[in-house]
Design a protein around this ligand. Structure first.
Ligand code: PLP
Length: 375
């Protein structure tokens, strides 16, 4: 099977960090069931609780506020379901720009529970103005705000702290989808963020491991019932290897952030400048001043309809993402591009970078694109 020589799709998933891999290998033989009372079980239990304390510390939380799950989707669904089923939430304020893990779940829950879904106002780049959100929160008990910290398609960043304090002041719950930003920004989830969701594979950890944070003694109830693991919030025998890899990956990410952040930003800036040199009429669909430094969404002016660049780059060994939801063979703009009313006539490509990318890869990608348009 062919492999991509250059991987610029790190918002979709990231390669495992060698230190995370080593941390996982170290616990391959830690096989005891953490629920068992014998020494083998206790060894596993102690390890998991150590991991919880390490992760909680990095997120400025108490260990009792952090739960291990299978990933972002499960964490989000746990909160949304419990919100409308158990917590008396009657209004969810969100946007049509959220990940399907939010939108599809809200749509599903609407069939079974009575609550209103209200969209917060946003501009044509997906920026949410806290002043526009504030009136929706005033004197509205039983409300939950559900917003992503960084949009996975455009990189747009939410002013998280400002939104969190608005929610706090108005006694409104806030679920922050921090799947794209955990391990990429120093998060402080201690103030005003009632719940947050994270997924290990977005920050060089393994797939199938995630976190749900729940601030204070919340009334959240489980989605998955059974043996009562994770203090009854998430049953199922713990994924020790996944947890080991995830927590190590988070530690490494935060430890190295002062080097990786400017490196990745430098790559993104070179890419955008190089693309503008080739295509003066490039549509830059990422607000470079208000976005996560690792994501760049651009629209290439379409000369020949159907000639999607992502496929042509793939043939040349370069992995990127598009802005289309390619279902039933037709290319529709993604729900995010649609909601943002992105102008027609552009072929959107999302480049998303990681610490493992190099400037040579960016130059090679630019050369390939130059070569492709000359053909
Ligand atoms: N939220 C955002 C913003 C995402 O980008 C993703 C994954 O792409 C998810 C939620 C879902 O995470 P997972 O697929 O790891 O469960």
């Amino acid at each position: 099977m062919l492999r991509s020589e250059i991987y610029f799709d790190n918002a979709a998933t990231t390669p495992l960090h060698p230190e995370a891999r080593a941390a996982m290998a170290e616990v391959f033989d830690l096989f005891g069931n953490p629920t068992s009372i014998h020494a083998e079980g206790r060894r596993s239990r102690v390890f998991i609780e150590e991991c919880r304390a390490r992760a909680a510390d990095l997120l400025r939380l108490q260990p009792s506020e952090l739960f291990f799950t299978s990933g972002g989707t499960e964490s989000i669904q746990t909160v949304l379901t419990s919100a409308v089923r158990d917590m008396g939430i009657e209004r969810i304020i969100t946007t049509p720009l959220e990940h399907p893990a939010v939108l599809k779940n809200i749509e599903h829950l609407q069939k079974y529970f009575r609550f209103d879904t209200i969209y917060a106002p946003f501009d044509n780049l997906g920026r949410i103005d806290p002043d526009g959100l504030e009136p929706l929160l005033k004197d509205q008990p039983n409300t939950m705000v559900v917003l992503m910290h960084a949009n996975n398609e455009t990189g747009m960043l939410l002013p998280l702290n400002r939104i969190a304090s608005l929610c706090f002041q108005n006694d409104v719950l806030f679920l922050a989808d921090t799947v794209q930003t955990t391990g990429k920004l120093r998060l402080n989830l201690s103030d005003g963020v009632s719940f947050a969701a994270a997924s290990a594979h977005k920050f060089h950890g393994p797939k199938g491991a995630g976190m749900l944070t729940a601030k204070g003694g919340s009334r959240i109830q489980p989605l998955i019932l059974g043996g009562g693991q994770e203090r009854n919030l998430r049953s199922g025998t713990e994924n020790i290897i996944g947890i080991a890899g995830m927590v190590k990956a988070l530690e490494v990410a935060i430890r190295d952030i002062d080097q990786t952040m400017p490196h990745i930003e430098f790559l993104r800036n070179r890419m955008v400048n190089g693309l503008v040199e080739i295509f003066p009429d490039l549509l830059i669909f990422t607000d470079l001043n208000h976005s996560l430094y690792s994501i760049l969404n651009v629209g290439f002016p379409v000369k020949q309809p159907g000639e999607m660049l992502i496929y042509r780059l793939d043939i040349h060994g370069i992995a990127v993402s598009g802005g289309s939801a390619c279902s039933s063979g037709a290319n529709h703009p993604s729900h995010v591009l649609e909601a943002l009313k992105s102008p027609p006539g552009y072929d959107h490509v999302r480049f998303s970078f990681s610490r493992f990318n190099t400037i040579d890869e960016v130059e090679k990608c630019l050369d390939t694109i130059r070569h492709l348009i000359e053909q």
